[in-house]
Design a protein around this ligand. Structure first.
Ligand SMILES: [Mg+2]
Length: 171
């Protein structure tokens, strides 16, 4: 049961994920959460850091697709400057959004990774789809009200997780 919440990797920030790391792990597509993973949840736009990370990632032929529970309007506004494909209303922890992305963009699960800041949504959805996952730390220390509730549950799960998997560590 606890294994559902276990990320494949834990990396401080999406911007620390290098093309070399992705290619070494045979990943050619990054599905990414939006809020607090790509941009702060309360921000309307991305950063220069996001722009250069995308530039670098795309240079190595890695696709980046936003798979978010948020609305089309919110996601579109946030990433329209970067021309990223988006899957809105992904309903993580359900697998709907990830499965949709895999089908629509002709992806292979074994070459795909889901990146997100929440165990309860991003990691569970990825594990339920047999897609590898990278847990990142949230870009800002606060969350939207609905995420606050998840964070409380996440703390409980987190404590169990590190007890059961002492090798889990931030890279
Ligand atoms: Mg998030």
């Amino acid at each position: 049961m606890l294994s559902k919440f276990k990320p494949t990797w834990m990396i401080e920030s999406i911007f620390s994920i290098t093309p070399q790391f992705l290619l070494e792990n045979h990943i050619n597509c990054v599905l990414t959460d939006l809020d607090n993973t790509l941009i702060p949840w309360n921000s309307k736009k991305g950063s220069e850091e996001l722009r250069s990370w995308l530039h670098e990632t795309h240079k190595y032929g890695v696709k980046v697709i936003v798979v978010s529970n948020n609305s089309h309007r919110r996601i579109h506004k946030a990433v329209k400057d970067y021309q990223l494909p988006i899957v809105p209303r992904a309903m993580k922890p359900l697998t709907i959004g990830i499965r949709h992305a895999i089908k629509e963009f002709g992806l292979k699960k074994q070459n795909t990774v889901m990146v997100g800041d929440q165990l309860l949504t991003d990691v569970v959805a990825a594990n339920s789809c047999q897609v590898r996952s990278i847990l990142v730390k949230p870009l800002v220390n606060n969350d939207a009200w609905n995420t606050t509730i998840n964070r409380m549950m996440e703390k409980v799960i987190w404590n169990k997780l590190i007890k059961k998997y002492p090798n889990l560590h931030w890279e």
